[in-house]
Design a protein around this ligand. Structure first.
Ligand code: IMP
Length: 420
């Protein structure tokens, strides 16, 4: 038995989908513990591409119980479409479980997300995905949110929805609000068979000695507490969020695997010390196909940031790292990693705890020799070009945790395992 957390070590889009998918194979239970359909996981199986936004990637394995736990915010219409799409491709969703206590995203939240973002000035825009994530979590924290369980009960749902004055707030006609309530009751009817007491379920699985994978969406630097606030999402993707988002306790977690790209990307606004705003950055985007799974937006690209990665190791209590997309760096004469920052003319080895300092950072790089070879088909670490091995070892040494897995391509086969 092992309870393992998988987290994004950067700004999301680290290639977690593939790693989750691979770890799911060995798991009995996969739990998605925060975020909503702002996330997008791309998985390639036998050349077929799956883009999942809310259903845990473990769903592609019949033996895996897939859980959407209390920390997640659910757009039920999106979830139902995803279930239907999976079934249409011949995948069973009979093992899907949804927490009664997960919060519900309404179309009003999406509208609010759009209107709040459009009211922000250019330099304060967050670049949200417009999926209603922030407004839904706001309702949760303000103790006026709607939980999934209420979709099973007409009176309760009506009372909770009407508790908000959507008509005044967004100028929505009462009939439209009523229509949404009816539609959500229908969603409740469809999703009812999947809704369970997830705390009870997960603790039973722990007692049964099952292997559980807690899957984080987004990434450490998008965490509402530890990220580049306010340019963050509204939940806790970091490992602590796996506990509050699922009901498993910290002492039950044995491993925390961080996933980082061999370089770094970010979508949306906010500071990004190692960003490459030149042709080189553009080439990296094209080669790495760095466009958002959810919104299609081009991702900003940059060199690997070791200072950031070290911070991510700390705040997650990471035990291992997986480095993805190493193949994208092939063909470069040199590769770089930021090993310190210069702030106001002073050298600092530490990730700044405030956005003002972070915006002033000038990265100090260490340069490593590149490699020419195509490495996509290599599955043994020691068959990688020596310079690629050196780069991975340098990352490992710098951040202080082992790199247990290196990904060199989209498909499951293109993976190098290390350290047993
Ligand atoms: P929200 O989560 O839609 O509120 O967006 C807040 C910030 O998080 C924006 O900068 C988004 O681009 C970013 N974000 C949200 N989800 C993801 C993700 O899955 N990958 C990368 N960035 C994300």
């Amino acid at each position: 038995m092992v309870v393992r957390v998988l987290v994004g070590a950067q700004w999301g889009d680290e290639g977690k989908g593939k790693i989750t998918d691979m770890l799911s194979k060995e798991a009995d239970v996969v739990v998605r513990y925060q975020g909503g359909n702002n996330a997008g996981h791309t998985i390639v199986v036998d050349g077929e591409v799956f883009k999942l936004h809310i259903v845990p990637s473990g769903i592609l394995y019949e033996h895996v119980e897939c859980v959407i736990s209390n920390g997640v915010v659910i757009s039920p219409g999106v979830l139902i479409k995803e279930i239907e799409a999976l079934e249409a491709k011949g995948y069973s969703v009979k093992n899907l479980k949804i927490s009664n206590n997960a919060h519900v995203i309404f179309p009003f939240h999406e509208q609010l997300d759009r209107s709040e973002e459009s009211e922000r000035t250019d330099d304060s825009k967050i670049g949200t995905t417009f999926r209603g994530i922030g407004p839904c979590y706001t309702d949760k924290i303000s103790r006026r949110g709607v939980r999934m369980v209420e979709l099973k009960d007409k009176e309760s749902l009506r009372a909770s929805v009407l508790h908000h004055d959507w008509t005044t707030l967004l100028g929505i006609a009462q009939e439209e609000v009523d229509a949404v309530i009816d539609q959500y009751l229908e969603y409740g009817r469809i999703l009812k068979p999947y809704m369970v007491d997830v705390v009870d379920l997960l603790h039973k699985r722990v007692q049964e000695g099952k292997t559980i994978l807690l899957e984080g969406a987004q990434g450490t630097l998008l965490d509402v507490d530890f990220g580049t606030y306010p340019y963050v999402t509204s939940s806790n993707p970091t490992a602590g969020g796996a506990c509050t988002g699922s009901g498993l306790g910290p002492t039950q977690i044995e491993e925390v695997l961080g996933v980082a790209k061999a370089y770094i990307t970010r979508v949306g606004e906010g500071p990004f010390p190692t960003e490459l705003c030149d042709k080189f950055g553009e080439d990296l985007r094209t080669k790495g196909q760095e466009f958002g799974t959810t919104t299609g937006r081009p991702r900003r690209c940059g060199w690997l940031d070791g200072v950031l990665l070290k911070y991510a190791v700390l705040v997650n209590g990471m035990t291992h790292l997986a480095i993805t997309k190493l193949d994208i760096l092939s063909g470069l004469s040199e590769v770089k990693m930021a090993v310190a920052y210069e702030i106001d003319g002073k050298r600092s080895d530490k990730w700044p705890d405030n956005i003002r300092d972070l915006s002033k950072v000038k990265p100090i790089y260490e340069s490593f020799p590149g490699w020419e070879e195509n490495i996509e088909d290599i599955t043994d670490f020691y068959k990688l070009p020596k310079t690629a091995q050196l780069y991975i070892k340098a990352i490992e040494k710098f951040v202080g945790v082992p790199v247990s897995l290196v990904s060199v391509g989209n498909s499951r086969e293109r993976t190098i395992y290390r350290h047993g």
